[in-house]
Design a protein around this ligand. Structure first.
Ligand SMILES: [Zn+2]
Length: 125
């Protein structure tokens, strides 16, 4: 990739036929991955490496090990076995129709139903 600086934080990155504009101070790139993942995309990494900058400076704090560990400080209740779920018939039939079209959406609906009906504390018996 070829990196052409425009200003200190604005760069044009040419990769074959594609061109992307990287704005390091805004943590974004015209490819969209930098702002979506909150971690430098390959174009941003090309700029960072060319100018020997610290790539960690442009990563979200959520990727830092301390933040990751804090995610698991709070106990997470396990979901009960699927065979013990008590799903009303009308909900079950809706889930089956959803399942025909989008399995992930159906699973999401099931989980949402369980969470709402257990107040976040599933029956573990
Ligand atoms: Zn990019």
């Amino acid at each position: 990739m070829t990196v052409l600086p425009s200003t200190e934080f604005l760069h044009l990155v040419i990769d074959g036929q594609t061109r992307n504009v990287v704005r390091l101070h805004e943590r974004n790139c015209t490819c969209g991955r930098f702002q979506l993942d909150d971690i430098p995309c390959p174009h941003a990494m090309a700029v960072i490496q060319k100018f020997h900058m610290d790539s960690y400076k442009y990563c979200s704090d959520y990727y830092i090990i301390d933040y990751l560990l804090k995610t698991y400080e709070i106990p997470v209740n396990l979901l009960p076995n699927e065979t013990t779920w008590q799903i009303p018939e009308d909900v079950s039939s809706q889930l089956m129709s959803l399942l025909k079209y989008n399995k992930l959406e159906a699973i999401y609906m099931q989980l949402l139903y369980i969470i709402r009906n257990t107040n976040g504390a599933p029956d573990t018996t």
